[in-house]
Ligand binder design. Sequence first.
Ligand code: CTP
Length: 406
Amino acid sequence: MTDTSAPLVSLRGRRVILGVTGGIAAYKAVEVCRRLVDAGAHVAPVLTDDALRFVGALTFSALASEPARTSLFDGPDPIPHTRLGQSADLIVVAPATAKLLGKYAAGISDDLLTATLLATRAPVLVAPAMHTEMWEHPAVQENLTTLRRRGVHVVDPEAGRLAGGDEGEGRLADPARIVGAVAAALATGDLAGVRVLVTAGGTREPLDPVRFVGNRSSGKMGHAVADVAARRGAAVTLVTAADHPATDVVEVVRVETADEMADAVLGRFAEVDVVVMAAAVADFRPKATTAQKLKKHDGVPEVVLEPTPDILATLGERKQPHQVLVGFAAETEHVREHAATKLAAKRVDLMVANDVSAPDAGFEVDTNRAVLLYSSGSAEEIPLMPKPDLAGLILDRIVESLKGNQ
Ligand code: CTP
């Protein structure tokens, strides 16, 4: 079996500072350290005092490329932070506590790690981990917004089991994802430095707690676009209604409904360069949903539908000249004509038109065939090929379009 968690980009020769702060998840930083070293990086660990309460410096010294540092003052070097900061290709802080994020956002440097963060021009990645209440606190979220605005990459935490038996959002991202994000931030592919948002899967619109209105989209096409874009160096956010794993993107937002997808996409649109709307967004949702399961003995319900927001059309209205917008058109007849109408109506740069009634293309299968329609009026017939290959071809066209926008 191939190791899907292996970094997609070699980190050979890259100098990475691994900052570790004091949270339960500090033990997972050991795994991050090992994976970075395995990927070829030269890893210099820096632990805070609080981190030392959870993990030993010796463990990191044994696994990393040089001994762990823990203090501004007790080594032979009088100014270790400037030397560390200046020589780094990248700094990754995992886990990053609420305290670290607060100090970093406010520009406070009272230990080796925070001093190094302020003394560097290298890209910085933070992987927060904390209890859900702390994660959701406006102070923490505002600090993250500030850091993101300054170009800091945030590897969002995941939902799951937390310390003390609690469940919720705030669990440190999987070490493989963190290393994937490091690789993406250091990548040199033709999409390096490009921020790409991809949507995938079919949304589900609830009728009651157990039933929904859905569609046949599997999410394979969108996930392929996200994976290939990440391999080519893009910082990818994947907003997905499918439940495939996604290991190598910077951020995964799991959604269920069209409304949730709209919130996730529209909220991030201003920060990205490219959006690929591969999701099959439901056009209609039940007007009323019930809190309890509809019971058979109450008779056959009459389901009234109402429209959902058209996310792509909204993006088309808000699009800035430097942004590239790609839509997918799922058609069963008059593929080109219908797709061309959508291209114009939603003001996209490129529409990928699929005949979803064909057995070997479109929904649920591993291959796809498409017609690419451009806002210039030209069109390109793409023969049947595996979805990752079509993803690569679409990304080639996006790269050309980004160059044209410069
Ligand atoms: N789309 C969207 N929001 C919706 C519906 C569709 O953002 N509520 C996007 C899809 O992600 C896709 C494009 O619009 O990129 C075209 O979707 P498609 O289902 O082919 O077309 P519709 O606009 O929904 O029109 P119709 O269903 O009538 O073919």
